[in-house]
Design a protein around this ligand. Structure first.
Ligand SMILES: CC(C)(COP(=O)(O)OP(=O)(O)OC[C@H]1O[C@@H](n2cnc3c(N)ncnc32)[C@H](O)[C@@H]1OP(=O)(O)O)[C@@H](O)C(=O)NCCC(=O)NCCS
Length: 330
């Protein structure tokens, strides 16, 4: 008979983040897109965003966030058995950036791979990591969400220029005496594959007479409708699967896409007033795979979330892909 020797429970043991260093207020972007600070704030809730310098690479930001997460968890890099990097803006298709990050951190030949689930990537990674710990595939897993979306955003595109940003967030997932990560509820709607995507694939770029970066393009209004209505249902399913209700929540950390989507979801979910809501998008913009850990960590640092709180994470984006889980705050 085959045996499985995993931990009975998994939890987030530590968290770390790295915010790209350039603070870019709306006023710096509006001329190129014939917009105003007021319009952007009203439609998205974004006041400023973070852009990376050339030195702040995917690897540099990931390693910085990860070292913080390891220290926060009290875990040595050699205890990490697997590194999962969620990103859509690592420009080299192969090899995965995860192997370079695992090596730089000093892991002992940890398994390392990248996943592409856009803004939902981090929550996919946390779901995988928890199942790996519980099944015995890994003792500790480092999950990183990292993006340099400024590399693939057209500063002249009115629908995207003010939305996307750069940064990294990481958590250590490991064994725990009580359950700290509820079942992941995830899925996709490939019928809407075209709503957020790169303009063209790399082969088309190379074959073009005037090659340009295949920047992100988005049908904003359709994404807005889908996220506002469909994701509230997924949020409820996630609470049901974890065996709790909105009344048991302390913290709500939705993907930081747009403040109006966050508010629409909170209304549709009938979140009680005591539930504190992540609003990192105002100063960070949408950092895709890094958005949820950046938002959660800000809440911890600001005192809006504390260790032991019950939090609902939910993320959604290109694909369309989504993933959500209830977690205990590390
Ligand atoms: C991008 C977004 C803010 C645009 O807002 P919107 O209300 O849908 O805007 P629309 O494209 O319908 O345009 C509405 C009007 O604003 C104008 N407009 C569009 N972009 C503008 C800009 N950047 N500045 C000023 N005006 C703008 C349009 O020309 C249009 O004007 P009109 O009514 O005179 O024709 C909104 O669709 C959104 O946030 N979508 C979700 C995107 C998202 O979160 N994506 C990430 C998910 S992972």
């Amino acid at each position: 008979m085959l045996t499985i020797t995993g931990a009975p429970h998994a939890a987030m043991l530590g968290i770390g983040t790295y915010r790209a260093s350039l603070v870019v207020p709306n006023d710096d972007l509006v001329d190129a897109i014939d917009s105003t600070d007021e319009w952007i704030q009203q439609r998205s809730g974004i006041k400023s965003r973070r852009f990376a310098t050339p030195e702040e690479t995917i690897q540099v930001m990931s390693v910085a966030a990860s070292r913080q997460a390891l220290e926060n968890a009290g875990i040595d890099a050699r205890q990490i058995d697997c590194v999962i990097v969620a990103t859509v803006s690592h420009m080299m298709q192969t090899p995965a950036i995860a192997t370079a990050i695992a090596f730089e951190l000093g892991t002992d030949k940890a398994a390392a791979f990248d996943i592409s689930a856009a803004c939902a990537g981090f929550c996919h990674g946390v779901g995988l990591a928890a199942d790996m710990v519980r099944s015995g595939s890994a003792g500790h897993v480092l999950v990183i969400g990292v993006e340099r979306l400024s590399d693939i955003t057209d500063g002249n595109d009115r629908g995207t220029a003010f939305i996307f940003s750069d940064g990294a967030g990481a958590v250590v997932v490991g064994p725990s005496e009580t359950e700290g990560i509820g079942p992941v509820v995830w899925g996709s709607d490939g019928e809407q594959f075209d709503l957020i995507r790169q303009k063209e694939d790399w082969r088309d770029v190379i074959e073009s007479h005037s090659p340009e970066m295949p920047n992100l393009v988005m049908q904003g209004a359709a994404v807005f409708r889908w996220a506002s209505y469909e994701m509230a249902k997924i949020a409820h399913q996630t609470l049901d699967r974890a065996g709790i209700t909105v009344d048991d929540l302390d913290v709500f950390v939705p993907h930081q896409a747009n403040m109006r989507i966050t508010d629409a979801m909170a209304r549709a979910m009938k979140l009680p007033a005591h539930v504190r809501i992540a609003r990192d998008v105002a100063e960070q913009g949408n950092a895709s795979a890094a958005s949820v850990p950046l938002a959660l960590h800000r809440m911890i640092l600001d005192g809006d979330a504390k260790s032991g709180d019950t939090a609902l994470l939910i993320a959604f984006g290109a694909g369309l892909a989504y993933a959500a889980q209830v977690v205990i705050v590390p």
